[in-house]
Write a protein that binds this ligand. Structure first.
Ligand code: FPP
Length: 247
C-alpha cells in the first residue's frame, strides 16, 4: 500500500517576499476532463473544487489581491452546453463559498461586464460584491465576461467623458488616471501571473495591470494544480530578480 503524507501549506514567514497581487489563468480543465474520459463540465467542476483551497491559502498568507480568469468575453463562442455548465458553476460556487469567504473577511469584486450575463448570475454576483463590500482582507477579483482590451476601452470612454465635460484636461491624463478607471482601481499591479497547462499566452487578461508582472507557466492542468504547486510558484517568484527596466 502506498502511503501519501498530506502536504502542510507554508506560512507567510517561509517566503523571503510575497507578491501583493497574484493573477491566475486557470487553464486545462478541458484537457483534464478528456484525460479522465469525462464530460468537459466535469473538468470545470474539478477546477472549481481546486480553487477553494487556493483561495483559502492566498487569504491565509495575507496576500492582498488574487485575480482569477473564470470566463472571458471570447468564451461565449464555446458550445452552448459548456457555456451553460460554466454559468451553473458560477451560481454553485457562490452558493457554497460565500459564507466562508465573508467570514474570512474576503472582499469580492467582479471584473467584467455583468450587464450581459443572465439575470440569475448577475444577481448572484452583485449580491456577493455588496455583501462583502466592507470586508478588509483578501481582495478576490473574479473575471467573468471579461476582456482586457474591452476594459481599456471602458477606461478610455470614461476618461474622454470627463475631458469632454471639462472635468479633466488631456494634459492631466497620466498612467494613474488610466489605472483609476480599470476594474481593479485602487489595487496594486499584478506581481505574479500564473497560467497552468503549459500554454504561453496572456489571452487578453489584465493587459495593463501585468506590465511588470513575473510570468510562470506550470505544466500541470488546472484541476491538478495543488497548494504545494502554488507554494512552489510563490517561492520561484520570491527568487526572481525584478528590475522594472533598471539595472
Ligand atoms: C480554461 O480551461 C478554463 C476556463 C475557460 C474556465 C475556468 C473556470 C473555472 C475553473 C470555474 C471557476 C468558476 C468560478 C465562479 C470562480 P479550458 O477549458 O480552456 O481547458 P483546455 O484548454 O484544456 O480545453
Amino acid at each position: 500500500m502506498k502511503l501519501t503524507i498530506p502536504y502542510t501549506p507554508k506560512t507567510a514567514d517561509y517566503f523571503p517576499r510575497l507578491p501583493a497581487h497574484v493573477a491566475i489563468i486557470m487553464d486545462g480543465n478541458g484537457r483534464w476532463a478528456k484525460r479522465h474520459r469525462l464530460a468537459i463540465a466535469k473538468g470545470h467542476r474539478a477546477g472549481t473544487e481546486n480553487l477553494r483551497e487556493i483561495i483559502r491559502h492566498t487569504s491565509n498568507l495575507g496576500i492582498g489581491s488574487l485575480s482569477l480568469y473564470a470566463f472571458s468575453t471570447e468564451n461565449w463562442s464555446r458550445p452552448p452546453e459548456e457555456v451553460a455548465a460554466l454559468m451553473q458553476l458560477i451560481l454553485d460556487f457562490f452558493a457554497s463559498e460565500i459564507d466562508e469567504l465573508d467570514a474570512k473577511n474576503v472582499r469580492i469584486l467582479i471584473l467584467g461586464d455583468k450587464e450581459q450575463l443572465p439575470e440569475a448570475q448577475r444577481e448572484t454576483l452583485l449580491h456577493a460584491e455588496e455583501r462583502t463590500a466592507r470586508n478588509t482582507g483578501l481582495r478576490l477579483n473574479i473575471a467573468i465576461n471579461y476582456g482586457g482590451r474591452a476594459e481599456l476601452v471602458k477606461a478610455a470612454r470614461e476618461i474622454a467623458t470627463l475631458a469632454a465635460s471639462g472635468h479633466l484636461s488631456p494634459g492631466q491624463i497620466s498612467e494613474s488616471t488610466i489605472a483609476e478607471h480599470l476594474y481593479t482601481a485602487g489595487q496594486p499591479d499584478v506581481d505574479l501571473l500564473i497560467r497552468t497547462s503549459g500554454e504561453l499566452r496572456l489571452s487578453n487578461f489584465l493587459l495593463y495591470q501585468c506590465a511588470y508582472a513575473e510570468f510562470l507557466f506550470p505544466k500541470k492542468l488546472w484541476p491538478d494544480f495543488s497548494v504545494q504547486d502554488y507554494d512552489e510558484a510563490l517561492m520561484t517568484f520570491a527568487t526572481r530578480n525584478r528590475r522594472y527596466g533598471g539595472r
